[in-house]
Ligand binder design. Structure first.
Ligand SMILES: Cc1cc2nc3c(=O)[nH]c(=O)nc-3n(C[C@H](O)[C@H](O)[C@H](O)COP(=O)(O)OP(=O)(O)OC[C@H]3O[C@@H](n4cnc5c(N)ncnc54)[C@H](O)[C@@H]3O)c2cc1C
Length: 74
C-alpha cells in the first residue's frame, strides 16, 4: 500500500532537507522527503566540510582580528 498521509513534506534531500527530515522524524512526525535529483545529497555531497566562523577563541589566541561583518563581505 502506498502511504499518502504525512505531517511534514521536505522538498530537496540535501543537507538542509535531510537535517529537517531527520529532526521532524525524531519528533515523531511522518515525513516525506522529495528529491528531484537522481540521488540524494545535493551540493552537500560535494562540500569540503569546512565550517566558517569569525572572531573565534582560536583566532584571538593567534592574535588574528576578525569579525562577522568582514566574514560576510568576504
Ligand atoms: C564543491 C563544493 C564545495 C563546498 N564546500 C563547502 C565547505 O567546505 N563548507 C561549507 O560550509 N560549504 C561548502 N559548500 C557549500 C555547501 O555545500 C552548500 O551551501 C550546502 O550544501 C547547501 O545545502 P542545501 O541543503 O541548502 O542544498 P543542497 O545540498 O544543494 O540540497 C538541495 C537539494 O534540493 C534538490 N532540489 C532542488 N529543487 C528541487 C525541487 N523542486 N524538488 C525536489 N528537490 C529539489 C536538489 O536536487 C538538491 O538535492 C560547497 C559547495 C560545493 C559545490
Amino acid at each position: 500500500m502506498v502511504e499518502t498521509d504525512f505531517d511534514v513534506i521536505v522538498i530537496g534531500a540535501g543537507g538542509a532537507g535531510l537535517a529537517a527530515a531527520s529532526e521532524a522524524t525524531a519528533r515523531g512526525a511522518r515525513v516525506l522527503p522529495l528529491e528531484a535529483g537522481a540521488r540524494t545529497g545535493g551540493s552537500t555531497r560535494l562540500s569540503g566540510g569546512v565550517f566558517w566562523a569569525s572572531n573565534t577563541s582560536l583566532q584571538k589566541k593567534a592574535g588574528i582580528e576578525d569579525n562577522p561583518d568582514d566574514q560576510f563581505h568576504y
